[in-house]
Design a protein around this ligand. Sequence first.
Ligand SMILES: [Zn+2]
Length: 316
Amino acid sequence: MRRIGLARGPELFLYSFPEPHPLNRIRLEAFYQKIDSEGKELQGLLFVEPEKAGKGDVTLFHTPSYVEFVEERCRVGRGYLDYGDTPAFPGCFEAASYVVGTTLKLLRMILSGEISAGFNPMGGLHHARRDRAGGFCIFNDAGVAIEYLLRRENIRNVAYVDIDAHHGDGVCYDFYSEKRVIFADIHQDGRTLYPGTGFRNETGEGEARGTKLNIPLMPYSGDEEFFQAFQEVEQFLEKHEFDFLLLQCGADGLMGDPLTNLQYSAKAHSYAASRLLKIAEKKCGGRILAMGGGGYDPVNVAHAWTAVVKAFAEQG
Ligand SMILES: [Zn+2]
């Protein structure tokens, strides 16, 4: 039977910006409540305790000077880590380190065969760049995970699929010339939403040209547009070889999200997760790790991410 590792523990709630910031612990609580209420249907689910990453892991992706800057700002405990989206708060360094460490823990459990798929709902902090914070993201756990796979595990290629409403700029541009990172991202058009990037003509550079796929959708796009775009993602993945599949499944593309203008239902997440699991089984021994990402309506978050866990649990 497939075993699905779901990260869970009080340490993940530490990554919560002070009210009235939209990224706070309420959304995560709503998700675990739904998981608990549907527990019987979710066979093979294993709760995995969070783990804190050491600086040596964080600096696989981030520059040492940026990591020091976050540590320093954390001691001060106020002000911003960027130009105004990502506040510093007491304990933010530790909180961000837990997000990274937990993603890495699930990754290692998948590699060792202890679990067949994993989900870190607090992960997917895809806007953080190597040397700076951005868009509520302090450390980019997806970026660290990719570096870990390429450098520590000698994995040949990594595929990263991002269905958050916002473009995953931190992963796209910080691996833009890395041909071993197969990147596909469906998001709301950059002319209408933060971070203002992720256009069709952005396909990677140098020897990595053709390894990046950006699909912007117009505001108010719904499931139909998503499914169509996802077909293109599947064709793109089909063309490439990879040994590990990462999914950033931000829930902020669901209708009613206070920060975006997309109108998906949770079917988008269910579909993406089950299709990607099939692709992972065909291409890379079923190794797939999902990370939560955005989503600012707690009911939507609970629906979308429970759909991902169910899709992973039901197959196989
Ligand atoms: Zn987002």
